[in-house]
Design a binder for this molecule. Structure first.
Ligand code: TPP
Length: 311
């Protein structure tokens, strides 16, 4: 039997996704006016915009659902393949009070800032064991982590660009070497957003049937989570509990929630969402306005009262 979480729990997940998405955008762009208490000005924008937006919404969808699904399970851990989606990881740590930085200004200002947080996940991040910088090792690391630990479950989020590496593809075979009795469970989640740094991914151009056949060929059961509504991934996680070697395919639009178009070019749902989608926000009135509209769209004041999160 599949038990879907209550509507109240799904609402909580959806609020957490909104809050973490806002915190990502605030980290990427803001050095002041963090709660949008007045109109955004050029002086509110960081002098050097450095970081990655595109992966972050999907990471927030995945983490918000996983943290709810595995709540209270001390044997659950998470591996993030695309470590450049660090602002999303950092936003989740901030909400959960795991960072030394307790106030919003400090937290946002310090991202990608000398002496502050780096732009990628790093061993300085609380709870992070390692950060390779090189895509491809996440799935193999997940299998290593459950080796000899039958009590453990490791969810691993794999980028579709990352899945083009030989290392990630070879690691797909590790399910053949790991027995369920003496080792724990690996839960791979492919983050299929269709794009990598500068173009489309190969998996993004394959049909659903081709992807499922590829995954089945490696001995996994594909489970689809289409779209980023919280119920989608939650349903897939519930199903994965009943399958021997599950492999979830989470489909999101790259950069969803951010600017759709800039100067006639498609941004959300395109590789242009990968890094900073509004690179001239500090000097260009139009980009600054798009940023203000983008931040306002999350209605952050409903989710944070200036001191605490209302999630
Ligand atoms: C082995 C390796 N090749 C190239 C890179 C450079 N690189 C950094 S991010 C990225 C794209 C990642 O795309 P994807 O895995 O789809 O993650 P997304 O940001 O779309 O979630 C690439 C190619 C790298 N870090 N490691």
């Amino acid at each position: 039997m599949v038990m879907i979480k209550s509507v109240g729990e799904l609402e909580k997940i959806s609020r957490r996704i909104r809050a973490t998405d806002y915190l990502v955008v605030a980290q990427l762009f803001l050095q002041d006016n963090f709660l949008l208490e007045r109109k955004l000005e050029f002086s509110d924008i960081k002098p050097r915009l450095l970081g990655h937006w595109g992966s972050c919404h999907g990471i927030n969808v995945a983490l918000s659902n996983l943290l709810s699904f595995f709540k209270g399970d001390d044997n659950f851990s998470f591996i993030l393949g695309p470590g450049h989606g660090f602002p999303a990881l950092n936003a989740n740590l901030f909400i959960d009070g795991k960072l030394d930085e307790k106030n919003l200004a400090d937290f946002c200002r310090k991202f990608s800032w000398p002496g502050g947080f780096p732009s990628h996940s790093s061993p300085m991040t609380p709870g992070v064991v390692t950060e390779g910088g090189e895509l491809g090792y996440a799935l193999g690391t997940a299998y290593g982590q459950v080796l000899g630990h039958p009590e453990k479950t490791v969810a691993v989020l794999l980028g579709d660009g990352e899945m083009e590496t030989a290392t990630a593809l070879a690691s797909m075979n590790l399910n053949k070497l790991i027995s369920g009795k003496s080792n724990g469970k690996v839960l791979p989640i492919l983050h299929l957003n269709g794009y990598k740094i500068s173009g489309p991914t190969i998996l993004g151009r394959k049909s659903e049937r081709e992807i499922h056949e590829l995954i089945r060929g490696f001995g996994y059961e594909p489970i689809e989570a289409k779209g980023d509504e919280p119920g989608e991934l939650m349903f897939a996680l519930e199903k994965a509990d009943f399958v021997f070697h599950p492999f979830i395919i989470m489909r999101t639009e790259k950069g969803a929630g951010g600017p759709d178009y800039l100067d006639g070019k498609k941004v959300a749902g395109n590789f242009l969402a990968h890094q900073i989608p509004l690179p001239l926000a500090k000097t260009d009135e139009k980009q600054l306005q798009i940023l203000e509209d983008w931040l306002s769209s999350y209605n952050f004041s409903e989710l944070y009262d200036g001191k605490e999160f209302l999630l």
